[in-house]
Write a protein that binds this ligand. Structure first.
Ligand SMILES: Nc1nc2c(ncn2[C@@H]2O[C@H](COP(=O)(O)OP(=O)(O)OP(=O)(O)O)[C@@H](O)[C@H]2O)c(=O)[nH]1
Ligand SMILES: Nc1nc2c(ncn2[C@@H]2O[C@H](COP(=O)(O)OP(=O)(O)OP(=O)(O)O)[C@@H](O)[C@H]2O)c(=O)[nH]1
Ligand SMILES: [Mg+2]
Ligand SMILES: [Mg+2]
Lengths: 282, 292
């Protein structure tokens, strides 16, 4: 849409709106972005699409940066226990992302421990165990069907006694409208607060970039039961753009901390707002 | 919801007489907004609204005492028509086993769904055999084996060092030898733009000639659903769609996108994680859900 030498007319703005909507930015946000771009075009008397593209990308990058200071990357503190609680709907990529994160921190000489708190889904514990073996870190687990809270309890105790740097907790996928499963998540978080009160806790919502506007409901409802601190946007190696995160950061102050770009152990990257904004129009 | 918003749009018109082009355009804007909010893909919305507009400028709306209600009625009818009929029939081959293959993006619910469908067939008195064709995802084979055990349905597996094409071929031989009248093949999740893995699916298809290739689509999918469905259909010529995680609160517009771009029927709807949570597709319920 921003092709060189293109005339900035109604057709241009229509096509821009279409591109934004097709990137899952959402109708309202797309309209707002186009309106603010029109305003800038008039105010700064912009005549070429290159300048306009940069203006729009800058605006989007700004919306994705949220409250700058505390929101750059996953917040890991030295010399204390860090706990990363990973939550999200079914199939979003939680378990795989945890495997990648374990590798990421392990290769940076951190002492990592994993907790297999998805005790429900078939072979979920086995799946995380394979990742633990690949990375070379321990996995705290119990039998399938056991209480997830009990696994989290054990994991917190183990992490404290082993002086673990980073404990990453895998949870079962759950749809946000399932009240009982949302309650279970609340309970898991309470156990973490109680058993590791001095820990630095990050609660990350894993979001599949192929998700549409339902991501908003996910962020809202998960956020009502646990204090979410960020998003991990997965499967960006596909053709989906994940534009819905623009609204999530801007409206809910939920920044994207990392992105998943494949199924391999190294396919995890830090989130760079400017790169993401640029990719929307690639 | 759309009905309320259209009421609002047309409320100011009562007694004004004839509907103007502007009035109809306002109504169409509401329809477009409702569908985009429901995650129906942009191009599908464009075509759909054009179709609705054609009817909306006709006498059924213009001469109606409640034009808002008329437009809602048209939208509902067109949606149901586009969604297709209630279609829960899996193919039945005259030369068993009937071969079913599940395909789709990562994490959409293929493994869970293939087991549910095998369970439905078993309850119908069939003798299904499941084949573990995902050699990439950690514990994927184990996952299918656990489900098979829960359902008392046999799972054919050759471990993760054998190619999926080979697994499918040997599973077919096994089904033929053991009198299984259905062979359901689970495949690894993959991106529609992954040339190598899409070729792998074409190779499996060529090897065992499935009677039913089902594309599994996540009900919460966004705008990209149209690209995924179109590509899988182009590459494999799918026979139907399975819509999963419909027990969530998503409007499910991806269903309309996938159906519209492929023209293939939605055969099943996943309504939960348990093995009994699979229902036939109801176009009228889906239409109502998409419209909010
Ligand atoms: N292409 C791609 N696939 C991914 C990515 N992240 C995860 N996946 C795949 O997505 C599928 C689901 O991943 P899981 O890690 O099992 O997802 P989950 O959220 O733990 O799923 P549940 O525990 O069942 O809710 C797997 O096939 C992963 O390999 C990614 O960044 N890119
Ligand atoms: N609530 C709900 N969850 C579902 C449904 N279908 C599948 N799931 C869940 O979605 C997650 C992913 O399901 P899988 O069957 O592993 O998905 P998949 O397509 O085989 O994943 P890959 O093999 O990694 O591509 C699991 O947590 C399932 O329990 C459904 O209809 N409703
Ligand atoms: Mg998992
Ligand atoms: Mg699977």
């Amino acid at each position: 849409v921003f092709s060189f030498g293109r005339k900035i007319d109604e057709g241009f703005y229509e096509e821009l709106e279409e591109t934004l909507i097709q990137s899952d930015v959402g109708f309202e946000t797309a309209i707002d972005l186009v309106e603010s771009l029109r305003a800038r075009e008039k105010a700064e008397k912009i005549k070429d699409t290159e300048t306009l593209q940069q203006a729009l990308e800058d605006e989007i990058a700004k919306m994705l940066t949220g409250d700058v200071a505390e929101n750059q990357g996953i917040n890991i503190k030295d010399n204390c226990l860090n706990i990363i609680l990973v939550v999200g709907v079914n199939g979003a990529g939680k378990t795989t992302t945890i495997g990648k994160m374990a590798n990421y921190y392990n290769s940076r000489k951190k002492k990592v421990l994993l907790a297999a708190a998805d005790t429900f889904r078939a072979a979920a514990i086995e799946q995380l165990t394979v990742w633990g073996e690949r990375v070379g870190v321990d996995v705290i687990r119990q039998n399938s069907g056991s209480d997830p809270g009990a696994v989290v309890f054990d994991a917190c105790q183990a992490a404290v006694s082993r002086k673990t740097d980073i404990l990453i907790v895998d949870t079962a996928g759950r749809l946000q409208n399932k009240a009982n499963l949302m309650e279970e998540l609340k309970k898991i978080n309470k156990i973490i607060d109680r058993e590791a009160p001095d820990a630095n806790v990050e609660i990350l919502l894993v979001l599949d970039s192929g998700t549409g506007q339902n991501a908003i409901s996910q962020a809202k409802l998960f956020g009502e039961v646990v204090p979410l601190t960020g998003i991990i946007l997965t499967k960006l190696d596909g053709t989906a753009k994940g534009g819905v995160v623009i609204g999530l950061t801007h409206e809910l102050n939920l920044p994207v901390k990392m992105i998943g770009v494949g199924e391999g152990i190294n396919d995890l990257r830090e989130f760079v707002p400017a790169d993401f904004a640029c990719a929307l129009f690639a | 919801n759309l009905a309320d918003r259209l009421q609002e749009t047309f409320k100011k018109l009562t007694g004004k007489g004839k509907l103007s082009e502007a009035d109809v355009n306002n109504a169409m804007r509401e329809v477009r907004l409702a569908l985009l909010e429901a995650d129906v893909s942009y191009k599908v919305v464009k075509d759909f609204v054009a179709k609705v507009k054609e009817r909306a400028v006709g006498s059924e709306v213009l001469e109606s005492l409640s034009p808002g209600q008329q437009v809602v009625k048209i939208v509902n009818e067109e949606l149901i028509e586009l969604m297709g009929s209630t279609q829960a029939k899996i193919a039945v081959s005259s030369k068993p086993p009937t071969v079913v293959m599940m395909v789709g993006l990562q994490g959409t619910g293929k493994t869970t769904s293939v087991a549910k469908i095998a369970n439905i067939l078993k309850k119908q008195g069939r003798r299904p055999l499941l084949a573990a064709g995902d050699i990439y995802r950690p514990a994927a084979i184990k996952q299918l084996e656990v489900l098979g055990e829960q359902l008392d349905i046999p799972v054919f597996a050759l471990g993760d060092k054998v190619s999926p094409v080979e697994i499918a071929a040997r599973a077919l031989e096994h089904a033929q030898k053991n009198g299984n009248d259905y062979l359901l093949i689970d495949t690894a999740g993959r991106l529609h733009i992954d040339e190598t893995l899409m070729q792998e699916l074409r190779d499996v298809k060529a090897k065992v000639e499935p009677h039913e290739i089902l594309l599994v689509v996540d009900a919460m999918a966004g705008q990209d659903a149209i690209n995924v469905a179109e590509t899988f259909n182009k590459e494999l010529s799918i026979d139907g769609l399975v819509l999963t995680k419909m027990d969530g609160d998503t409007r499910g517009g991806a269903a309309l996108s996938a159906k519209a771009v492929t023209g293939k029927p939605i055969k099943f709807v996943g309504m939960g994680e348990k093995m009994d949570a699979m229902e036939p597709f109801h176009p009228d319920r889906m239409a109502g859900r998409i419209l909010g």
